[in-house]
Design a protein around this ligand. Sequence first.
Ligand code: C5P
Length: 235
Amino acid sequence: MTTLLYEGKSKRMYETGDPFVLKVEYKDEVTAKNGSRHDFAPGKGRLNNLITSNIFERLEAAGIPSHFIETTSETTQLVRRVDMIPMEIVVRNLAAGDITKRLGFKKGEEFAPPLIEFFLKDDALHDPLINRAHAIHMKLATHDEIDELKKRANQINVALLDIMEPMGLKLADFKIEFGRDRKGNILLADEISPDTCRIWDAATGENFDKDVYRESTGSIVDAYQKFYEKMEEIK
Ligand code: C5P
C-alpha cells in the first residue's frame, strides 16, 4: 500500500500499511530560488537518500534520535510519522549565503559559538527569519521546546563536525527540521544532505553542496558523488 501523501521539491512521501511509518522517495530533481529554478539531476535522489541515511545512522549512534528507520532501496527509506514543526533551523559555523547578504558578514567569517537562526517555513512569505517571541506567539513551539531545539541543533552540529573533519571538510552551515511523534517527543526529521548543508574542502575550498547548482559552477551530481565516496571511506 503506497498512497502518495505529499510531494515536495525533492522528495515524495507515501503512506505504508503502518499508520506510524511513512516511505520517503528522493527525487532526481533540484530547485533553487524558492522553486523558480528547476532541473533534473539523474542520480541525485539515490545520493541524497544514501547520504541522509548514513548521516542519520551516525547521529543515532551519537545519541541523537531522528525519524529515520531504515533504507529500503537506493532511493527510498522508511521514517517514523511525525507532525512537522514548520520552522527551518539553520546552524552557521562560517558565514555564507543569506547571512552575507542580510547582515554583510564576510564569506568564511567564523561564528564562535555557532549561530542558530529560526526561519518560518512558508513559501508565500519567502521563509522569513523569526525569533523566539514570534515562534511562541505563532504557537510553533513552547519556550522550553525552543531551548530543546537549540540544544539539539548544537548537538547535531558537533556530531556533523565529527563526521566531516576526518573527511577533510569544513561544515560552513546546515538546515534542519524537527517534528513531534504521537507522544509529543521531538525528533529530527526531513534530511541532512548536500542539499541542506554548505560543505567546503578544507584544503581547496571546493564545494560539495547545492551551491554548485545555485552558482552554476559544475555538476551537482558529481559533487554529491565525491562527498558520498569520501563519507564511505571513513566508515
Ligand atoms: O540560504 P542560507 O544561507 O540561509 O542557507 C543556510 C543553510 O541552510 C545552507 O546550507 C542551505 O543549503 C540550507 N537551507 C536549506 N533549505 C532552505 C534554506 C536553507 O537547506 N530552505
